[in-house]
Design a protein around this ligand. Structure first.
Ligand SMILES: [Zn+2]
Length: 276
């Protein structure tokens, strides 16, 4: 039997799992076994993914060649739009040597109504031109299934664009709040690893646990329950380290003061967080 540190259920050993304190996709190697499989997959989906898959983390994972679950190393630079044709979405494909290999137009089907007539605009890479009949057939079948009406597709126009020196634009947008629960999870598990089961009875631990069990938590909700913390980019100060995963990438530490526990987590970026 073991007690899951997230749902606090006492469960048979077969339901335990390998929970990486720092996510595996960030190069984390420290594991705890006291998280049940259901809680492990919940944490993976709702708590760790927003932390791992934001632009900055992906960029760093690319530099460190850290693959995700699919085995692929992410490349946040590969998708964008053409500067001169912003509705054309493109993918920059990189070879194994990390050199740009080719620029590929991502197929897109757009519906629009012009003078009461439904029109469909299809944007394709030149090399995908032979797929056009198949795409049209799929659109027609879907239309008939949805409306019960028959349909005839007439080609109105075709435009071929050759871009000599394509310039790609990429919007980078991330929200630090998306990361905070991921960081809080690491802090909670580090505290458990260092302090043992007595930490689970701590009222602050109960608050953190409640936040980790939800699918989504707003910043206001976190403030209301009294979870405090901050994320600082590029901080220089070194915490006292109790747990070191890979000192160049991932560092976790705890400082216990009279009535509070402070967690320091230094992730790849570097990004330093203090929770108490
Ligand atoms: Zn559980």
């Amino acid at each position: 039997m073991f007690r899951c540190i997230i749902c606090l259920k006492d469960l048979p050993d077969e339901m335990a799992s390998q929970e990486h304190i720092f996510p595996k996709a960030l190069g984390g190697t420290q594991v705890i076994r006291e998280v049940c499989q259901a809680c492990n997959s919940h944490l993976g989906r709702f708590v760790e993914e927003p932390l791992i898959n934001n632009w900055l983390m992906q960029a760093k994972r690319m530099l460190l060649r850290l693959p995700g679950k699919s085995g692929c190393v992410p490349n946040p630079l590969e998708r964008g739009v053409l500067v001169d044709e912003p509705e054309v979405k493109v993918r920059y494909e990189f070879g194994a040597d990390e050199k740009a290999k080719r620029l590929y137009v991502i197929p897109q089907v757009k519906k629009e109504t012009v003078d009461g007539e439904e029109r469909i605009r299809i944007i394709l890479n030149k090399s995908d031109e032979n797929k056009l009949p198949e795409i049209l057939e799929r659109i027609a079948t879907r239309y008939v299934a949805k409306t019960g009406k028959s349909c005839t597709l007439n080609q109105i126009s075709r435009r071929e664009v050759i871009v000599e020196h394509p310039q790609i634009k990429q919007d980078v947008c991330f929200n630090l709040w998306d990361w905070q629960r991921g960081i809080l999870k690491i802090a909670y598990e580090l505290a458990y690893k260092e302090l043992g089961t007595r930490y689970l009875d701590d009222p602050a631990a109960a608050k953190v646990r409640a936040m980790l069990q939800k699918e989504d938590v707003s910043r206001e909700e976190a403030t209301r329950v009294g979870i405090r913390g901050e994320i600082r980019l590029l901080g220089q100060e070194k915490p006292r380290l109790f747990v070191v995963d890979n000192p160049d990438w991932l560092v976790g530490g705890l400082i216990v003061s009279s009535n509070a526990i402070f967690d320091y987590i230094n992730l790849l970026i570097p990004l330093r967080v203090a929770w108490c």
